[in-house]
Design a protein around this ligand. Structure first.
Ligand code: HEC
Length: 433
């Protein structure tokens, strides 16, 4: 072949059009993912895959909108509260849009069931200790990583279909690990694993977006998950068969938790309501709270039917789960504590298994730990860079593991917030980005 044919290709290479996968996605991940991840979704926007980014947020398709937010033509300028992107980066984004905003991400199917390769730690959205305290399960990309509790040994990599795992729950006997997640703008998934052998037991797909706040009943009978189509779905925990779905919320349902008797559960939503439902039938029983901010997280006291609820407007509330039947709508006498305003929107709450403490975290690098009895701050754990989306107390309540934007797991003394140890939960591959 005439070698001169090669020359034009070299020239094209020099003036190559920006690629979504190579150029735009890393830019979005670096500058925007802290607030627009599947876990945070500020303004309903997730920028971590092409499909989710293209679908957009509250204001519709994000590709054209983003340019206006980057230049400041539309306010508030993005990245919110940070210096604007370098002119060269904005220009790169603009060129990609002008060239047709093409998606050149590698096909999803090619990655299924091949171990994820990490060049940098992924954002952590969920953490759980096994009830015997020996293991910690950590969300990864398209997998769950199971480590020894000290983080020194990676025991299993549980690879499923879902690109994102947003919630994890162990059964009280430690024989099941339930995960909720999905692939943004494609499907939601509930996975059931045997965490000791690392084998998949069952999985169910539902809706066309990731699912949130999966919880398991204390008697291990049922699994509840919240969805972006405003529904709650309830599954049989053995067969993964869907039992029913509820559609009484008017916003994304981001959290669920069962009562101590497994017979009722609470769902919390961006519609600002926490609703108490009958677990057997799905029938609505009562509203738990007086409506305030958009609700993003819920956790229950380990023994009592008391729930801590967190909201996007940075406040958390502790409520009795049950309202007396004859209570008036505007009555708030089941409110036990209103917790001090946090530094960022709340993404997650966990209650220590001894019932004494609960911890709150979200779009801020600080985790605040509260005395559950008094509702007063006991300690603030610091050290992360960026938001914290995952919290887990050890079964003895002595330690608190945290994870989020920076991809590190940190383990603190739960009472003093003194750092005990930390680790990166994924195997990192060498080489540069
Ligand atoms: C510190 C948090 C934060 C960061 C970082 C951030 N955003 Fe935002 N973003 C927000 C919030 C909050 C809103 C809602 C603003 C409003 O409605 O006033 C928003 C809204 C948006 C919207 C409009 C979505 C819709 O449909 O309503 C777009 C597009 C957007 N951001 C893009 C970006 C991009 C691109 C980056 C990175 C270059 C970025 N954001 C970084 C917090 C953030």
């Amino acid at each position: 072949m005439n070698p001169r044919w090669l020359f034009p290709f070299a020239v094209v290479g020099l003036f190559a059009q920006p690629s979504f996968h190579r150029d735009v996605l890393p830019l979005l991940k670096k500058n925007c993912q802290g607030c627009h991840s599947p876990a945070m979704r500020s303004s309903d926007l997730d920028v971590t895959t092409f499909a989710a980014f293209a679908k957009g947020g509250k204001r519709g398709p994000a590709i054209p909108l983003t340019l206006k937010y980057l230049t400041g033509e539309t306010q508030p300028r993005m990245p919110l509260g940070q210096p604007s992107l370098a002119a060269a980066d904005i220009d790169l984004y603009k060129k990609w849009v002008e060239a047709g905003a093409k998606d050149d991400s590698p096909a999803e199917t090619s990655a299924v069931h091949t171990p994820t390769v990490y060049r940098q730690p992924p954002v952590l959205n969920a953490l759980r200790f096994s009830p015997d305290g020996n293991q910690i399960a950590v969300s990864g990309n398209r997998e769950i990583l199971i480590h020894s509790a000290d983080g020194n040994k990676l025991l299993h990599r549980l690879q499923g279909r879902a690109e994102r795992i947003l919630s994890l729950a162990y059964s009280s006997d430690g024989s099941l690990l339930v995960a909720g997640g999905g692939t943004p703008a494609q499907f939601g998934e509930v996975q059931i694993w045997d965490p000791r052998s690392g084998k998949a037991i069952n999985a169910a797909t539902l809706t066309n977006d990731t699912v949130f706040g999966a919880s398991l009943a204390p008697d291990s009978s049922r699994i509840a998950v919240g969805c972006a189509d405003n529904t709650v779905h309830v599954f049989d925990a053995k067969s993964a068969k869907e039992l029913y779905k509820i559609g009484n919320h008017e916003g994304w349902v981001l959290g669920t938790v069962f009562g101590s008797d497994s017979k009722r559960f609470v769902s919390v939503s961006r519609d600002r309501a926490a609703k108490l439902n009958d677990a057997a039938s799905g029938a609505f029983l009562e509203n738990v709270n007086l409506l305030r901010g958009e609700l993003t997280a819920v956790a229950r006291h380990p023994k009592k039917d008391i729930v801590a609820i967190g909201s996007e407007d940075r406040y958390a509330f502790v409520y009795k789960m049950d309202r007396p039947r004859n209570m008036k709508i505007a009555d708030d006498s089941t409110l036990i504590h209103k917790i001090d305003r946090q530094d960022g929107a709340i993404a997650t709450i966990d209650w220590s298994p001894d019932g004494e403490l609960f911890a709150i975290a979200g779009n801020s690098p600080t985790v605040n730990v509260y005395n559950a009895e008094t509702g007063k701050l006991t300690a603030s754990c610091k050290g992360h860079a960026g938001g914290i989306y995952a919290l887990a107390f050890t079964p003895d309540g002595k330690r608190l593991a945290t994870g989020g934007f920076d991809g590190k797991v940190r383990v603190y003394n739960a009472r003093t917030c003194e750092l005990q140890h930390g680790f990166i939960p994924v195997p990192l591959s060498g080489g540069t980005q």
